[in-house]
Design a protein around this ligand. Structure first.
Ligand code: 13P
Ligand code: SF4
Length: 336
């Protein structure tokens, strides 16, 4: 790209969050993306909530912990992160020397947005004798105010790495925090944040669905509210849910998490039936609007032009890295 085109591209990203360049509709995006990945020695990481086409061209698909671990150990020159901003930001925190790009810079997260750093700083000051455990779905600003980070697959062991008497603030997800309080017997102070996708499931509709499908197991992500978790047969991270459906003998599942995960579930167990848990209205609200901002077209442009790029201040990056490193150490010790 020459300087003028680069300036135009940057202006488009500033405004819209992504490169807005018209593509030849006959272009085979799958083949082009594969070619670009090789040429640029790029690693394409994708979360399970990405659209199926993106999952199909990814080098690694995983939950937040798996993605952070892959980002930490890669030898690639560039990380292309098909996920939301906090995920790509985590990859950059772990890999300052590498270029980290994301198809749409505006792919955020309602949970992360529910915890602004200035407010959280005040909250923390009101609890001076507490340590802070933060769910990875938060900004670098929140990570920098935390003692350790966790994901849905290691939250229990991260919390249990502290003595029982240690007072803890858990942020930003009150549902995951309440669930971890329940399974560990702790009494953590919870920040009042939640994910818009996991809070939308209708207990009434799920209950009716269970009556119509008596052999179906309800599997749920711990970001769901307590009434849904109470009636779930299995609770786990996206990877946990996927693995469960591969090893459990049931043939039918009601899946209470974002619908993107169904693609890998159906691929891994083609003979089984997966029913997305219904939301409490008639829209497709169990699709994450942030995750779904990424498209195959934006992904292609992002690898080709190496934009939008995640840029971070070094001081913030270093402060946010400490609690992530601590999480990765705890996970490695536990064999996760
Ligand atoms: P995990 O994939 O780590 O379970 O997280 C789910 C989620 O909501 C990511 O935004
Ligand atoms: Fe955030 Fe929820 Fe979307 Fe995950 S599903 S990115 S927690 S809004």
């Amino acid at each position: 790209m020459n300087t003028d085109t680069l300036d135009t591209a940057r202006a488009a990203i500033e405004k819209r969050g992504f490169l807005d360049i018209e593509l030849d509709p006959t272009l085979d995006l799958f083949a082009e993306i594969e070619k670009l990945k090789k040429e640029k020695n790029a690693l394409l990481l994708a979360h399970y909530y990405q659209e199926p086409d993106i999952q199909d061209v990814a080098d690694y698909i995983g939950d937040s912990l798996g993605l952070a671990q892959q980002a930490e150990k890669t030898k690639a020159d560039m990380i292309v992160f098909a996920g939301v901003h906090f995920m790509a930001e985590t990859a950059k925190i772990l890999n300052p020397a590498k270029k980290v790009v994301i198809p749409d810079l505006k792919a955020g997260c309602s949970l992360s947005d529910s915890c602004p750093p200035p407010l959280f700083k005040k909250f923390k000051e009101q609890h001076p004798d507490h340590v802070v455990v933060s769910y990875i779905n938060c900004s670098a600003g929140i990570k920098a105010l935390s003692d350790v980070i966790c994901t849905s697959s290691n939250a229990k062991i991260v919390v249990e790495s502290f003595q029982k008497e240690q007072k803890i603030i858990f942020a930003p997800d009150k549902n995951l925090g309440a669930y971890i309080n329940k399974v560990t017997g702790r009494d953590m102070v919870l920040w009042n944040g939640a994910c818009m996708v996991h809070e939308i499931f209708s207990l009434e509709k799920i209950t009716k669905l269970k009556v119509r499908h008596p052999n179906a197991k309800l599997i749920a992500h711990p970001e769901c509210e307590d009434p849904v978790l109470r009636i779930a047969d299995f609770i786990g991270s996206t990877t946990g849910l996927l693995k469960y459906t591969q090893t459990d003998p049931s043939q039918e599942y009601i899946v209470a998490t974002e619908t993107g995960i169904l693609h890998q579930m159906m691929k891994a167990s083609p003979g089984k039936t997966f029913i997305p848990a219904p939301p409490n209205n008639n829209c497709a609200c169990n699709d994450c609007p942030h995750m779904k901002l990424n498209t195959l077209e934006k992904l292609y442009l992002c690898i080709k032009y190496e934009l939008p790029e995640i840029i971070m201040e070094e001081e913030l990056r270093l402060a946010a890295k400490k609690p992530i490193d601590r999480m990765l150490e705890i996970s490695a010790r536990a064999g996760l």
